[in-house]
Design a protein around this ligand. Structure first.
Ligand code: ADP
Length: 472
């Protein structure tokens, strides 16, 4: 089967969050299942790892009335072909998202990706789309391209990585940028809450919709998690699937990772982890001592439960622990955490940056990893932490619920600690319970670490499930 992924980020080239990890890993895992995979990405200025890139061709594309240049570059990585769509006006700037003309940039990208598929006569069986940035390809395909040679019989799958970001725009864009009829807005196909809504459009137009964990697939059908799209999702309930993400074990393999001070495995983790912890304490300017160390690696947005941590910070700081937070994001959270770090310099280390090496050192070196998310479609950080025997403390939602087997006090088993409601006191109680086991029951703690490290988070199983979906 030939599968074309169109997405706005992919490791090792560019990443702002979990989406980048998924597009960097899933095609490779499908390749191992003997499928042909192609990935189409924008040619951002900040792309990394581009040693062998070659120019293939160029053509013009129409973004509504705008005639725009489209250059195509190509590279191969682990058996997967990557194409990069080049246009200086749209992609020669720093970073990935957050510009006023993002809708125009990704409208251009969507149209250019479909044009590329025709120009290079790729004739895929499946086009796999990801989040709002590529959602409109489903509409463009069904309303325009499907009738032309090289585009016949393609099936479209749309994966929701995070329903909070929907691409809500002015309906003017429908004809002005996508060159589609406004009738599609008037008849409700592209309209939601008096807005043009790209994610809703893909839910209407795609053959299959998937999301990144079984629990999130159920949650988004509800008022609490659907972000307003629960109604349209329920209409397509029979076409919605939840497949949990994996992690790229080769990239972070705890035995060989060059980013961490002392590599370890399931047999020697206990002492080696302590060596890493000392190094992390030094790096985070925290006193080197035996206090349990709790880590967080996160985008600083309302989704991630930072409010619960800030709300309880004076209580948390009374505990005999250290807390190290790596993250960037909303200005208010950054400022509050900087302020709190000044207030508690020996217990709280806030690393305000994006640093993949430090992220790995936190996963590998802390004793516990905190992820109290309000909602979490899948979450990869907890899996990476668990891979290193760092015990997760999570809110039981979305992929956190699916990936962490919460501690059973009677049997003394599990792979982490969980609390159910988005409530600061519940979170505190669970942190205290984890500390209690850590401090008073070392053999059980070691057993938990060992069970956590044993969990198979590789992409193999998930890739097989995607393959089933494609076949369907
Ligand atoms: P989301 O996609 O919602 O941000 P995930 O847990 O699915 O959350 O994925 C987050 C990814 O981004 C992980 O690979 C994590 O290590 C990485 N990450 C998040 N913040 C940072 C940061 N400040 N520095 C380095 N890596 C980060």
């Amino acid at each position: 089967m030939k599968i074309v992924f169109v997405a706005s980020e992919a490791t090792p080239f560019i990443k702002t969050g979990g989406l980048g990890d998924v597009i960097g890993s899933l095609p490779e895992a499908l390749k191992k299942e003997k499928q042909e995979c192609i990935v189409i990405l924008p040619n951002y200025q900040d792309l990394k790892s581009l040693e062998t890139i070659e120019f293939i061709t160029s053509f013009d594309v129409w973004v509504g009335w705008r005639k725009q240049y489209c250059g195509i570059f190509k590279t191969q990585l682990s058996g997967v072909t990557f194409y990069f769509i080049d246009n200086q006006q749209y992609f020669q700037r720093s970073g990935v998202y957050g510009y006023d003309d993002d809708y125009e940039r990704f409208a251009y990208f969507d149209i250019a990706a479909l044009e590329l598929i025709g120009h290079l006569q790729i004739q895929p069986d499946i086009i796999h789309l990801h989040d709002w940035q590529t959602a409109m390809i489903s509409v463009l395909y069904k309303e325009k391209y499907k009738q032309f040679q090289y585009y016949e019989n393609i099936k479209i799958i749309f994966t929701i990585h995070n329903i909070a970001y929907q691409g809500k725009a002015n309906p003017m864009l429908i004809d002005d940028m996508f060159g589609l009829s406004r009738e599609l807005y008037e008849n409700g196909n592209l309209e939601h809450d008096s807005c043009f809504n790209m994610m809703k459009s893909a839910i209407v137009y795609s053959d299959i919709i998937s999301t990144v964990s079984p629990t999130y697939a159920k949650e988004i059908l509800t008022l609490e998690y659907g972000e307003g799209l629960e109604g349209v999702l329920r209409l397509r309930e029979n076409d919605i699937y939840g497949i949990i993400n994996g992690i790229n074990i080769a990239e972070i393999y705890s035995k060989t990772n060059i980013n961490i001070v002392e590599n370890y495995n399931r047999r020697n983790f206990y002492n080696k982890k302590r060596i890493n912890k000392v190094a992390l304490q030094k790096e985070g300017h925290l006193p080197v001592n035996e206090s349990p160390c709790i880590g967080m690696v996160t985008r600083l947005t309302w989704q991630k439960g930072i409010d619960l941590v800030i709300n309880q910070i004076s209580e948390i700081m009374k505990l005999n622990i250290q807390l190290i937070i790596l993250g960037t994001g909303d200005y208010d959270y950054e400022q509050t955490l900087l302020h709190l770090q000044n207030q508690y310099p020996t217990k709280l280390s806030f690393q305000q940056k994006y640093d993949e090496g430090l992220a790995q050192r936190i996963y590998a070196s802390c004793d516990m990893f905190l992820m109290p998310s309000l909602f979490e479609p899948c979450g990869l950080s907890q899996m990476m932490a668990m891979h290193y025997g760092t015990i997760p403390i999570v809110r039981e939602t979305g992929g956190l619920k699916d990936s962490v087997d919460t501690y059973n006090e009677i049997e003394k088993t599990g792979t982490g600690f969980g609390f159910r409601n988005y409530n600061a006191h519940e979170m505190m109680n669970i942190i205290k319970m984890a500390l209690q086991v850590y401090n008073n029951d070392k053999p059980i703690w070691k057993k938990l670490m060992s069970s956590t490290m044993k969990v198979d988070f590789s992409w193999k199983q998930s890739a097989k499930q995607y393959l089933q979906l494609y076949k369907r």
